[in-house]
Design a protein around this ligand. Structure first.
Ligand code: ADP
Ligand code: GLC
Length: 476
């Protein structure tokens, strides 16, 4: 079976968050199930570097611009790149300029990606055929709508990585999308008087997946569905919650080149050298007390405002913090201010740094994830694999992947982290107290670490679930 996977980012070529990790890992996850995945990405400068050879297709007018299709390679799997310089040849990130302002023509940039994807999936390109188009998040979600209105015989899947990001635009763009007039309807692309990219995809796709079973249930509620809960409910029979896996080729403490000391569950003592490296990198006092880490977008979703409010308490309890992240300016300032108040106890790096994120997982003692909502979350899975104990809010994928260290779970030896209910200062401080107390009991702490390291969050089961879903669609 051949799947065309369409997304706005994919590790290792272009990444701003977990979406890239998942899109990057899916091809290898599906290979054992006789599925060949070809990934289609926009031709940002970083992605064009992975292409070779001459264009295999040209569009003279792809939603108002010229474009070419190039071939490439992503971690040994086939890659297609939409080279449209007017849309993608820019400095800055995939969605925003260097100052963080969204590109004003994002609707056109991602509608063009989706249009091209639908064309490719409908065999417009010589010698390329696909059985399924798999669109990730709003940036790719118009693709199933293009297929639907062209009555193309290709099946489609939309995966919702985060329903908070919906791709909502002014009604005025509709005429430029190249969709027939009937697409402007309540069961088409119209959404609260404007155009909804994700909404259109959820209407048109043959199947919908999201990245954990709990989030699949949560998005039926207004609090999590963010306006799309009604639509999700009407399609409930086609909604599947499949938890993300992690790519062991990228995330394994035994082989990680970013770690000064590599280790396994049997050689946990070696982590100490990594902890020293974390102290040096983040300007922390040397010591035996726990180091908590944060590796995150600094946003309201991630509960970072609540965490910033608890930092004096964490230090008073004897904890230290090494934070790597970027995001809302006010939150960045709050963490930098905390680092100034507590030199040697709180170290903050504003920015994005892949190797440092690995060092933190391999050297810090616990990773804090107080998310208000979390479709899946990957950093808790990396934490588990690295013996960096996750302290998480009980929501979405965090609820599905961490077993709380309550008395019963500790006694049974099944606990893998700490969970708390409700993202408030009180509940987070309580969780931090539990963390400090557990850490003070080395035997229990190591049991927790080892249990987490033994948990299986490779793609095995989830790859099989995606494969079964695809097969079901083809046979339907
Ligand atoms: P989300 O996609 O919502 O941001 P996830 O937990 O699914 O959250 O994935 C986040 C990914 O981005 C992980 O791979 C994490 O290690 C990485 N990440 C987040 N912030 C940074 C940062 N500042 N530097 C390096 N990696 C980061
Ligand atoms: C989104 C979600 C995150 C999830 C990731 C990959 O960015 O916020 O929870 O892990 O997508 O699916």
């Amino acid at each position: 079976m051949r799947v065309l996977s369409v997304a706005s980012e994919a590790y290792p070529l272009i990444k701003t968050g977990g979406l890239a990790d998942v899109v990057g890992a899916l091809p290898a996850a599906l290979t054992p199930h006789a599925i060949t995945t070809t990934t289609l990405l926009p031709g940002y400068p970083a992605v064009l570097k992975a292409t070779t050879g001459r264009p295999i297709h040209k569009w003279r007018d792809l939603l108002g611009t010229e474009a070419r299709l190039l071939r490439g390679d992503i971690a040994g799997h086939p890659l297609l790149v939409l080279d449209a310089p007017t849309l993608y040849a820019r400095d800055g990130g995939p969605y925003a300029d260097a100052t963080g302002q969204d590109w004003p023509d994002n609707w056109r940039r991602f509608a063009a990606l989706a249009y091209a994807a639908a064309d490719i999936a409908s065999s417009a390109v010589k010698n390329l055929t696909f059985d399924i188009l798999h669109a990730h998040d709003w940036q790719a979600a118009l693709a199933p709508a293009y297929l639907r209105y062209a009555a193309a015989p290709v099946k489609s899947v939309v995966t919702v990585h985060n329903i908070a990001f919906q791709g909502r635009f002014d009604a005025a763009i509709f005429d430029e999308l190249g969709l027939p007039p009937e697409a402007w309807s309540i069961d088409g692309v119209e959404y609260y008087g404007g155009v909804g990219f994700l909404k259109a995809g959820l209407e048109a796709a043959d199947a919908i997946t999201t990245v954990s079973p709990t989030y699949a249930r949560e998005i039926l509620q207004p609090e999590f569905g963010m306006g799309l809960e009604g639509l999700i409910a009407t399609r409930a029979a086609e909604v599947h919650g499949i938890v993300n896996g992690i790519d062991p080729a990228v995330w394994s403490p035994e082989h990680d080149p970013a770690l000064p000391a590599r280790y396994t569950a049997r050689t946990l003592a070696r982590r100490a050298a990594n902890k020293r490296a974390v102290e040096r990198t983040f300007g922390l006092d040397a010591g035996n007390g726990p180091i908590a880490t944060v590796i995150s977008r600094l946003t309201w979703q991630k509960g970072m405002d609540v965490l910033a409010d608890c930092l004096d308490d964490l230090v008073a309890m004897g904890g230290r913090l090494a934070l790597l992240g970027s995001g809302d300016a006010a939150l960045e300032q709050a963490f930098l201010a905390a680092a100034e108040r507590h030199p040697g106890r709180i170290g903050v790096r504003i920015g994005y740094d892949e190797p440092v994120s690995h060092l933190l997982q391999g050297g810090a003692d616990a990773i804090l994830i107080p998310s208000r909502f979390e479709p899946c979350g990957l950093t808790q899975l990396y934490g588990l694999a690295y013996g960096c104990v996750p302290v998480v809010a009980r929501t979405g994928g965090l609820a599905d992947t961490i077993i709380d260290a309550n008395a019963a779970a500790l006694a049974a030896g099944v606990a893998t982290g700490i969970q708390f209910d409700g993202v408030t200062r009180e509940s987070l401080i309580h969780a931090l107290r539990r963390l400090i107390a557990l850490y003070a009991d080395p035997l229990r702490w190591q049991t927790l670490q080892r249990r987490g390291m033994g948990a299986d969050f490779s793609w095995g089961t989830s790859g099989a679930a995606y494969a079964a879903l695809c097969r079901g669609l083809i046979e339907a």
